[in-house]
Design a protein around this ligand. Structure first.
Ligand code: ATP
Ligand code: MG
Length: 303
């Protein structure tokens, strides 16, 4: 009975995930995705959602342990979003049950002088997770086709040779990003990309909250309000990058982000789904190793 319920739950989660997963970019339109969507789950069901999330977090922790033990696959989780969409809270909640040794979070801010002296993937490559680990990119090389596209003066700071900066540069970056992600995938590092899709209205509400509540003041940044003026340009840049970089082997999830409880549920499920796709298994002990284990047992018993 319980098994049936669980299977039903798994099927529901699978359907829910499918709604937000983009594997073929060509036809993608952002306006088909509602930031306030909760897949018919009512907010009265929040406690149930919390339970589902707890179940997802538990499953994630179980799979992460096998990921580490097997030491073959790795997972790169990329989080992109407008300000106040909830990247930090999502990481905190979704990863809450996972052994901290198995996860590494890298945050990518405006590049330093040293970083600008290199190709743009350089700083990202150094942070790609090793086998057995989950690596989280809090922002990523996708900023190269987002903030840099919205503010072309940033491109000038990149010290690229002039003849290489043409109108094709964004298309070229998409191609290079696709090639890079295919490369990682072929090396056993799965790439999972999440866009936390928040509405302009909800962003304003969250900014106001940061202003109104003393203990949230520290989160407020005037530059975030300035960046908000470029909202439409960002949305267009997001749409275009998803169109060009969504693949079956490295899908984008466009996750509704106006309701945090729902966002976290979907992200946890997406990570579990990616790990399940690896068909993870504890390493098998061969007969020679079994004999060694037996010898160790006998030695301990003799003490
Ligand atoms: P939080 O505000 O929660 O601390 P955050 O990710 O918004 O997290 P910030 O320091 O506020 O961190 O912002 C980082 C800034 O760095 C963003 O505005 C982002 O667009 C910018 N950035 C990231 N990568 C690049 C890049 N390659 N080129 C230029 N700007 C970048
Ligand atoms: Mg910020």
């Amino acid at each position: 009975m319980e098994g049936e319920e669980q299977d039903g739950g798994t099927m529901k989660i699978e359907r829910l995930l499918k709604r937000y997963r983009v594997e073929v970019g060509k036809q993608f339109r952002l306006k088909d995705y509602d930031p306030a969507d909760t897949h018919g789950l009512k907010s009265e069901l929040k406690p149930q959602a919390r339970q589902l999330l707890a179940h997802g977090v538990e499953e994630l922790s179980r799979l992460q342990e096998i990921l580490a033990a097997q030491d073959r696959w790795g997972l790169l989780l990329i989080l992109q979003a407008m300000d106040a969409a909830g990247k930090d809270g999502t990481i905190k909640h979704v990863m809450s049950g996972v052994n901290p040794q198995g996860v590494q979070v890298s945050s990518f801010k405006a590049p330093s002088a040293e970083e600008l002296d290199h190709d743009y993937l350089w700083r990202n490559m150094k942070c790609v997770p090793e086998r057995g680990r989950i690596g989280i990119f809090n922002r990523s090389y996708y900023e190269e086709v987002l903030v840099v596209r919205v503010h072309p003066e940033l491109l000038e700071k990149q010290k690229l040779p002039k003849p290489l900066v043409t109108k094709h540069i964004w298309q070229q970056r998409f191609e290079d990003i696709n090639a890079f992600e295919r490369y990682l995938t072929r090396n056993g590092i799965a790439v999972l990309k999440i866009f936390l899709h928040v509405s302009r209205k909800e962003q304003k509400r969250r900014f106001m909250e940061r202003l109104d509540q003393a203990n949230k003041n520290w989160k407020f940044s005037t530059s975030d309000v300035k960046e908000r003026q470029y909202w439409d340009a960002y949305q267009e840049a997001y749409e275009d990058l998803i169109r060009h970089t969504a693949n079956a082997h490295s899908p984008w999830y466009v996750v509704p982000a106006d309701n945090k409880w729902f966002t976290r549920l979907v992200v946890a499920a997406a990570v579990v789904h990616a790990l399940e796709g690896m068909n993870l298994q504890y390493p098998k002990v061969d007969s020679e190793q079994k004999a060694e284990l037996e010898a160790a047992r006998q030695q301990l018993e003799k003490e």
